[in-house]
Design a protein around this ligand. Sequence first.
Ligand SMILES: [Zn+2]
Length: 653
Amino acid sequence: MDKTSLSMEGECDWIKYKELTSILQKASYAYYGLDRPLMTDKEYDDLYDELSTLEKETNCVLAGSPTIKVQGYLLNGFTKVKHTKPMLSANKTKDTKEIEKFVTNNRFYGSYKLDGLTVVVRYKNGEFAQGITRGTGIEGEDVTEQCRFIKNLPMTIPYKSNLELRGECVISWDEFKRINRNLDTPYSHPRNLASGTLRNLDLNIIKDRNLSFVVFECVTDMKEDSKSETLIDVHNMGFEIVPITKLNSTVDQVSNALQPEFYQYPTDGIIFELDSRKLSESLGSTSHHECCRMALKWEDEPYETKLKDIEWNTSKTGLINPVAVFEPVDLDGTITTRATLHNVSYIENLQLGIGDTIQVYRANMVIPKVHSNLTRSNAWKLPDKCPCCGGDVEIHNENGSKTLHCMNPDCKAKLLGKLVHFVSKNAINIDGMSEATLQLLIERGWVKSFKDLYNLKENQIYLWKYHTVGFGEKSVDKLLENIEKSRNTTLDRFIYGLCIPLIGRTASKEIAKFFKYDYKKFRTDGIVTHYSQIDGFGDNMNQSLHDYLRENHMKIFTLADEFIFETKSESSNNADLSNKTFVITGSLNHYKNRDELINIIEQLGGKVSGSVSSRTNYLINNDVTSTSGKNKKAKDLGIPIISENQFVQMITS
Ligand SMILES: [Zn+2]
């Protein structure tokens, strides 16, 4: 395009045009490539509409414009696969008259426009063969292994020829709420959650979240002209398909039948699809969309209100989340006063200030969002202290969006997060110790560290038992008992419980194995060990461990005093006790009871006898100086007397 041929007015349009294109490209990358939206869907749609109007007016479209280029980006770490035919967008409108013009007298049906991650699945010989994300539309990412964890996706089907289907990977609203409840930084929309889940390289995460695959198109020509009939055939093979309306419905009937709140999955509109495959093929496509379908997007009604406050809340990880507090508005029947502001960049973009007139809406009829700021005073202030602990804060740049973090390692909000992790099932495992209880113990000032859990004072326990609403004497006793029980632990649980950055459960197990589950070895060598020599450990993990151990070694040592480290049977299996006879006497504190110890000795090939004789190899007794008959006899016969801990070392070293 020749810039000089434009009039003054045209010049302004040109600048505006370039600006819009660049904003939309950035937003699109943040949205598709990083799963971290920079703006609301509505803002994006509005800018998109503005851009396409401008393009129509000026009759000029740049290569790379989001209106002609299919949006979507590839992440690294996945194999790229070419699509058999380009995956294009649907042409969109908000006007039902446009839809009526589009369908004219042709056979058509309506279906929900699913709001998730589009995925192609391929079958060979009746077996699931491959899953590919939409990616750029020309090539996508191979997510075959991830797809195997989608519960409603059949792995074998009765149809034996090659089959290719397009569908949407979605998470239902119910599942979205369930998963978000357990997340520190909740996802803003099931689409981001579905996308983040399917493209996760950790398959366990996919397993835990109920992803669904809903078919909306059969790519393979099944010698059936009616696309709706074909979809029903696909349904009969065992697939979940998107709900479709009857062929003789009117546009209005379809719009009324397919309301978003009727459907368990998130949707962002209705697809009107011409039913004849032959007709569809003859219509062809532009570089942006296929001409056989059109999407009706729902208008999200924005409401005006006044911003009263921006609240900042410190989460368990130290991330400080902003929330908009505004004068009550009725959003489609629900009185709403708060909406998330996501992060610092989001507020910067909206140029918020207390007293500003803002527009809020319910995104996809569910999540309240701030859509725009009409007055843009930009008078908002970034907190310079953590709202929870008053500690220093820092801005981090995460994938292009600025986030605020509390830097105080002893911040109460973070302490709660760490404690919740510490007592969790896979860590130290204090049964029945809930987040609410930990919160109470922190608020009372009784627990300021992990170790404090094991040193609750008499008067604290008294107050807890008799003067804390919601606690019974018995439940406190039970909890105290469970705290005591948790003192018997293993090195991997202990390390995992510490919340060392980058060190998850598997890594903790590897470290424990490396030290043969021996805490003493870990204590002496932990800080000088090059962890990179362990399989799966990179430089970052090694660095993280060294940083953590250097800063916290005294804390770890005194904390470890509270525990008795059990050895794992998997490591002790290496020890060979055949031809060894043991006698056990006195009380035990490492093993639960005498039977447990006898079992271990016998599993390792040893024998246990009731009395000391010349054939005895070891007497196990924690009180080495005891003057009991067995001790005396052992001493007389020169038989070594060992404590439980010495026994544990014997079978693990
Ligand atoms: Zn703080």
